[in-house]
Design a protein. Structure first.
Length: 366
């Protein structure tokens, strides 16, 4: 039997895999709940490593660098026992909750015009690259060595231009600029694409080459994309294609993580050269079987199991849901990694999740 790394790599490179690898991502709140339900802990009471404990086959080993114009900058401007409002290095005010996991609430933004971008922030992103943005490269090297020795498929991962814009401009300015000032969007994307290529060139050549790359860009919500495929194709995807080509130059497969509805973006994702897609949220309207039938010859799929099946608390529902998902993907000739269609929420019981993995292992062989 292949190692998880070998099977994962084969799936991403359109080669033969003898079994279906496994991956998933519990929220921190979920792990806290699972500890109370019997999940083992370290001596300090923290949950044991999820990759080893659950037998996941992919490990994040680095790639997350400080992309903010004012790198290393974070100012807490207000705080209570429940939340903290922080000004980031792009001038954005974001409200982070202390009591639960989740994305931050947008409060206010400084980068509200092209003039502000050009005068205050753009100059901090061009010119000589500041290696302080990268952090400890030796830690990345050690992580690669550790997880490869354990047979895991090792990735570098980061968000990219779409998520960066949301955290820098805010939704109102961003969507207005996409329609009324596309030249600004192009300039923003050009500057960041160049920054990322420089950062990743250093990481790959000095810290070590991973097995693949994961880009986090949430392009949709329930039933819709955040903007039209036409705007995405003109203003965003050319830079995705450039980054994919850059990573392919190092012989690295590239996965796109994009929550929400994805179907109208699938032709763009394939055309840009992405090798895989995650997570295919069912509750957002995605039909992963349909994706596999139409795009399975071009894309690998990581995820797609409706997490509500795991949240049901019903072992019969879990067994049938996991079995139908795996066998349905096999029947369609899909190259896929078993995983849920979103992060694992606190609605999932620890022992039910272990049971779902047992069912997966019964069906994982091709």
């Amino acid at each position: 039997m292949q190692t998880g790394r070998e099977a994962f790599d084969a799936i991403m490179r359109k080669r033969h895999a003898d079994h279906i690898p496994c991956h998933d991502s519990p929220w921190e709140d979920t792990l806290t709940k699972w500890v109370s339900q019997g999940m083992p802990t370290n001596k300090d009471g923290s949950p044991v490593d999820i990759i080893e404990h659950f037998g996941f086959d992919m490990a994040g080993c680095g790639g997350w660098f400080d992309w903010q114009p004012r790198h290393g900058y974070s100012e807490t401007v207000d705080e209570t026992d429940e939340w903290r409002i922080v000004r980031n290095g792009s001038g954005g005010l974001l409200k982070w909750w202390k009591t639960h996991s989740g994305t931050p609430e947008h409060i206010a933004f400084d980068m509200t015009s092209r003039e502000v971008w050009e005068e205050k922030y753009r100059p901090l992103l061009v010119g000589e690259f500041d290696r302080a943005r990268l952090g400890d490269l030796s830690a990345m090297t050690r992580s690669l060595e550790y997880w490869r020795a354990k047979g895991r498929w090792c990735i570098y991962g980061n968000q990219f231009i779409w998520e960066n814009m949301r955290g820098s401009l805010g939704d109102f300015t961003m969507y207005t600029a996409l329609v009324e000032d596309p030249d600004w969007i192009h300039d923003y994307c050009r500057v960041y694409t160049d920054l990322y290529k420089t950062a990743y060139r250093i990481m790959i050549e000095e810290a070590g080459k991973p097995d693949g790359v994961w880009l986090y860009e949430d392009l949709g919500y329930r039933g819709k994309l955040f903007c039209s495929p036409k705007i995405l194709s003109e203003l965003i995807f050319p830079y995705y294609a450039e980054m994919v080509e850059f990573f392919h130059g190092y012989d690295l497969p590239v996965l796109l993580h994009s929550c929400g509805y994805q179907e109208p973006a699938l032709p763009l994702i394939v055309e840009a050269g992405f090798d895989g897609l995650n997570p295919m949220e069912v509750k957002a309207g995605n039909d992963v079987f349909k994706f596999a039938e139409k795009w399975g010859d071009r894309l690998a799929f990581v995820g797609g199991l409706d997490a509500r099946i795991l949240e049901s608390g019903d072992r019969e529902v879990i067994r049938k849901g996991v079995t139908d998902f795996i066998e349905g993907m096999k029947a369609r000739g899909a190259r896929f990694v078993y995983a849920s269609d979103h992060s694992l929420s606190t609605n999932i019981n620890y022992h039910d999740f272990l049971y779902s993995l047992d069912v997966y292992r019964e069906h994982r062989m091709y």
